[in-house]
Write a protein that binds this ligand. Sequence first.
Ligand code: HEM
Length: 447
Amino acid sequence: MSQVGELVPGLIAMAPEHNLREGGPMQETLAVARSEVQREARERAYAIPLSQFHVGNPELFRSDTLWPYFERLRKEEPVHWCSTSPVGNYWSVTKYNDIMHVETNPQIFSSDARLGGIMLRDVDPKYDWPSFIAMDEPRHSKQRKSVQPLFTPPELVKMAALIRERSASVLDNLPRNETFNWVERVSIELTTQMLATLFDFPWEQRRKLTRWSDVSTALPKSGVVANEEQRGAELTECSETFAKLFAERARQPMKSDLVSMLAHSEATRGMDRENLLGNLILLIVGGNDTTRNSMTGSVLALNENPDQYDKLRANPALIASFVPEVIRWQTPLAHMRRTATQDTELGGKLIRKGHRVVMWYVSGNRDGDVIKDADAFLIDRRNPHNHMSFGFGIHRCLGLRVAELQLRIIWEEILKRFDRIEVVGEPKRVYSSFVKGYEALPVRIVG
Ligand code: HEM
């Protein structure tokens, strides 16, 4: 990576807090360094041959330099074969309508874990726990239906009051005029609380849910776990904890929580331990990283676009279109992958049976042929729900209404309390081309 890219974290570490205030000299230095990183990335993306493109490289996501690579693919080779990846060859699908084609033909493009699953990297056979996101029909729908009732409008109404109360309490306890990490204090805390509510998980142990989610998705080089033994031990604890909870809930009358629903539904109550763990991890990861990173992304997007922040403060009714715009802009899951079950054609390319096909939502969401001003963050779009962040077809996100509800409530409560949440340093981004998010975002609440 570029020298400037390496320099940026160093600059942040050096930056005295008071110099990071809006317009301060250090803030300007950071902005210059950032634009230099972007300029170099653009030059490189247009200089190297397409045959050398590996857009799934997690480093592009950690350094936020992915954009010109996807832009070039959309223009020059929207369906692209990568044969230079250390995790195996794959097709990249980068245009909105081509992604829709893959999403809506699950008989040709399979999600089955036995063929490789839903991430660019094949499922590690050691952790091949069946979950319905990585199943095809008819098994997928049967298991999905078991937990669907928790995501219906009447349940959401019940959830809203609790989410509001908890959001208010987290926000009321934040420091003023002092730098803190928004990811840790707000995004992780609130999504963890929501997960504990959905699972009816012991409240005081709720941070374990976040940890298990992080451990189950971490890449070897991410630093989340020291080694595979540690990962195995932590996930065994997760499995044992939930197996106990599952057995307890099965003995009790049916309640409105995800563990009870899995324990009582005909399609899932007889699940073996691995299938149970697979579905639970799916629900934990599904509800954790995604909402967390949208919450952090919302603060960052408004700071990068101060005119939009002013608009929102002047008219809080815009929260309704701001929330889906944040989810598009952030695209918390950058891709989903499928495996071709037969030879097929897409974008003039012949995809062979068994090939990996990666749908880059992060690129479809910037496809200017379908979304007007796709690179701009505009909180008052006419059709803000026209984005790919929740996927489409039979696997379309089950928790999307919960996620939108949570974001809506937190911003209603923020606007009531704080004049401005200021980003005072560079975000630290996650090393992953699957979960697109943040480890840290230094902020200060002014006033
Ligand atoms: C902004 C927040 C969220 C985003 C961006 C998101 C994104 C996604 C995406 C891209 C998929 C795959 C869609 C496909 O393959 O077509 C998915 C599936 C899923 N999501 Fe979400 N998600 C979010 C929040 C949640 C929440 C809060 C939950 C639950 C607590 C959840 C639970 C699930 C489940 C269970 C699936 C699997 C559905 C199936 O295979 O039938 N998600 N999500």
